[in-house]
Design a protein. Structure first.
Ligand code: ATP
Length: 252
C-alpha cells in the first residue's frame, strides 16, 4: 500500500497542518485509512498523533490541508457532522456518563443519532454480549473498573455504526490481561463490520500484533508509512525512538 487514496471509500488527510500559536503541531501530514484495515499511528510523546486525530474529527481547526471522508471534503464541518458521516473516536481519558448504566451508555449513541430507545436496545444488546459486558449491563458506569470502562467506550462508539473508528490510547492503563482482551476484540472488527480503525498506543507489542499498517510521526511530520516491519526498521523511526523503551520494543 502506498498511502495514496486508491478508492473513494477511505478517510484521508491531505497535507494537513495545524498550528498552536507559533508551534506547528502538524506540518503537511497525509494519511489514508481504508475500510477493513487497522492503521497504527505511532511516534514519540508530543509528536502530533492526537492532534492528527483531532484534525480529522474536527476538534482542532486546520491551518491548511483537507480532510476527506469517502471522497467528500469535510474540512469545514463541525465534529458532530463528521460523526454523523461515520467518523467516531475515543479519547485518551475515558468519557462515560457516570450516572448511567453500561447499557444506557451504549444506547445513548443510537439515540444521539435520532434512533428510538427500542432501536438503541436492539443495537446495544449484541454489543454488550460481544464485549463480555453481559453481567455488568445494569451497573452504573461509575462502578466499573478501568478495563471495562474502556470496553464500554468502544462499544458505545460501535453502536453509532461507524465507518471509521479512531482510538486514542485505548490500552493505556490496562493490565496485560485487559489489553489482551482488547486486542482480541479489535483484531477482527474491521473485517466483521467493514470499518477502518486508527489506533494510537504506546503499547508496542499490542500495536505490532494488531495493525496491518503503521504510520510514524515525529515533530509533526510523517517519517515513515508501510507494513509493521517496514516502519519498525525505518532509520528515521529508529532515530526518533532512540533510547526509549518503545524504541527497544519496536526494534527488538
Ligand atoms: N490545545 C493545544 N494547545 C497548545 N499546544 C498543544 C495543544 N494540543 C497539543 N499541543 C502541542 O502539540 C504538540 C503535539 O501534541 P499531541 O498531543 O498531538 O502529541 P501526541 O503525539 O499525541 O503525544 P502523546 O503521545 O504524548 O499523547 C505537542 O507539542 C503539544 O504540547
Amino acid at each position: 500500500m502506498t498511502g495514496k487514496p486508491d478508492s473513494a471509500l477511505c478517510l484521508s488527510a491531505e497535507a494537513v497542518s495545524v498550528r498552536f500559536g507559533s508551534l506547528k503541531a502538524l506540518d503537511t501530514v497525509d494519511l489514508v485509512l481504508n475500510r477493513g484495515e487497522i492503521l497504527g499511528l505511532i511516534g514519540p510523546n508530543g509528536s502530533g498523533k492526537t492532534t492528527l486525530i483531532n484534525a480529522i474529527t474536527g476538534q482542532v481547526p486546520l491551518a491548511s490541508g483537507r480532510v476527506l471522508c469517502d471522497g467528500e471534503d469535510i474540512s469545514a464541518l463541525p465534529p458532530r457532522e463528521r460523526a454523523l458521516r461515520g467518523i467516531l473516536r475515543s479519547f485518551q481519558t475515558v468519557r462515560l456518563f457516570r450516572d448511567l448504566t453500561v447499557s444506557e451508555n451504549i444506547e445513548v449513541a443510537v439515540v444521539a443519532k435520532g434512533g428510538s430507545r427500542r432501536e438503541a436496545q436492539k443495537i446495544a444488546q449484541p454489543l454488550i454480549e460481544e464485549f463480555g459486558l453481559g453481567e455488568k449491563c445494569d451497573e452504573l458506569a461509575a462502578a466499573l473498573n478501568y478495563g471495562d470502562e474502556r470496553r464500554v467506550e468502544i462499544a458505545r462508539a460501535l453502536a453509532a455504526e461507524p465507518k471509521y473508528l479512531l482510538l486514542d490510547e485505548p490500552a493505556a492503563g490496562m493490565n496485560e490481561e485487559e489489553s489482551e482482551g482488547l486486542l482480541s476484540i479489535l483484531k477482527t472488527l474491521p473485517e466483521r463490520r467493514g470499518l477502518g480503525i486508527i489506533i494510537i498506543d504506546h503499547d508496542m507489542p499490542l500495536i505490532m500484533r494488531l495493525c496491518s499498517r503503521l504510520q510514524a510521526i515525529a515533530s509533526g511530520k510523517t517519517i515513515a508509512t508501510g507494513s509493521v516491519n517496514e516502519v519498525r526498521h525505518a532509520p528515521a523511526v529508529i532515530e526518533a525512538y532512540l533510547g526509549s523503551d518503545a524504541g527497544e520494543l519496536l526494534h527488538a
